[in-house]
Write a protein that binds this ligand. Structure first.
Ligand SMILES: NC(=O)c1ccc[n+]([C@@H]2O[C@H](COP(=O)([O-])OP(=O)(O)OC[C@H]3O[C@@H](n4cnc5c(N)ncnc54)[C@H](OP(=O)(O)O)[C@@H]3O)[C@@H](O)[C@H]2O)c1
Length: 238
């Protein structure tokens, strides 16, 4: 089950997982995008289901996971991937965007954990993959709130890792550098957006780089828990 499967990293992971035989459940707000992707994957012989979901709504995330289990009998992996990055210097006071990042990037991940954990505890198996970022390790001027949300994802994931030991569950943080996606479009401040677009143009690597890290983390033997993968374009300095 993948949130944010309508574009970028989530879409690439869904495609590669489906090609490799996984059943995929796709969540995002843009229904037409995930339905078209599910249709495409089914046409190629895969098993896919699209469920329109806003991850800022705990009940909708619960429904996404409940439907996954109702349709397919269990949930093996949840990938809490939905996120956005409207960066700007704090002095611009974009409180609306701070709220949005906290709601999607942190609370959305927590809602995913809340929805999946009871099922995985009962199954005594499962893997929770949370998408952080290089920004979960580093902070730069202009990126304080985004970076804070991605640090939070890592902290929550590490706490979760320790807590779920008794239930045989695996937890993985994936922290990408610049990867081609629609993420730079979420930057609304014009000057910041121009800088980020240029940076992505110069450095970003294709989204299948992310998909391969997901496959690697998922395909280990059950007693091997890949806790974090941090990767960047070879040319990315920070
Ligand atoms: N690309 C990078 O360079 C990079 C680097 C580090 C980390 N990341 C992280 O990777 C994750 C995926 O981003 P991306 O790069 O693939 O960007 P993207 O192409 O913009 O995809 C973001 C996804 O999140 C979904 N989303 C946003 N708000 C949502 C909400 N309220 N409810 C449900 N889904 C929501 C979007 O779907 P809808 O709009 O259809 O809802 C979309 O599918 C994010 O967590 C991002 O922070 C990306």
């Amino acid at each position: 089950m993948i949130t944010g499967a309508s574009s970028g990293l989530g879409e690439a992971a869904a495609r590669m997982l489906s090609e490799q035989g996984a059943t995929v459940v796709l969540g995002a707000r843009r229904a037409e995008r995930i339905e078209a992707l599910a249709d495409e994957l089914r046409a190629k012989g895969g098993k896919a289901l699209a469920i329109t979901t806003d991850v800022t709504n705990a009940a909708q995330v619960q429904k996404l996971v409940d439907e996954t289990v109702n349709q397919f009998g269990k949930i093996d992996v949840i990938i809490n991937n939905a996120g956005l990055m409207p960066q700007s210097p704090l002095e611009r006071l974009r409180i609306d965007e701070w709220d949005q990042m906290i709601d999607v990037n942190i609370k959305g991940v927590l809602y995913g954990i809340a929805a999946a954990l009871p099922y995985m505890k009962a199954q005594k198996s499962g893997q929770i993959i949370n998408v952080s970022s290089v920004a979960g390790h580093k902070v730069r001027a202009g990126g304080a709130v985004y970076s804070a949300t991605k640090h939070a994802v890592r902290v929550i994931s590490e706490g979760l890792r320790q807590e779920v030991k008794p239930y045989n569950l695996r937890t993985t943080i994936i922290s990408p550098g610049a990867v081609e996606s629609e993420l730079p479009n979420s930057v609304s401040e014009k000057d910041v957006a121009e800088n980020i677009q240029q940076f992505y143009k110069d450095h970003a690597i294709p989204a299948d780089s992310f998909a391969r890290t997901v496959i690697f983390a998922m395909s280990q033997p059950e007693n091997v828990d890949i806790n974090e993968i941090l990767f960047r374009p070879t040319t990315q300095e920070l």
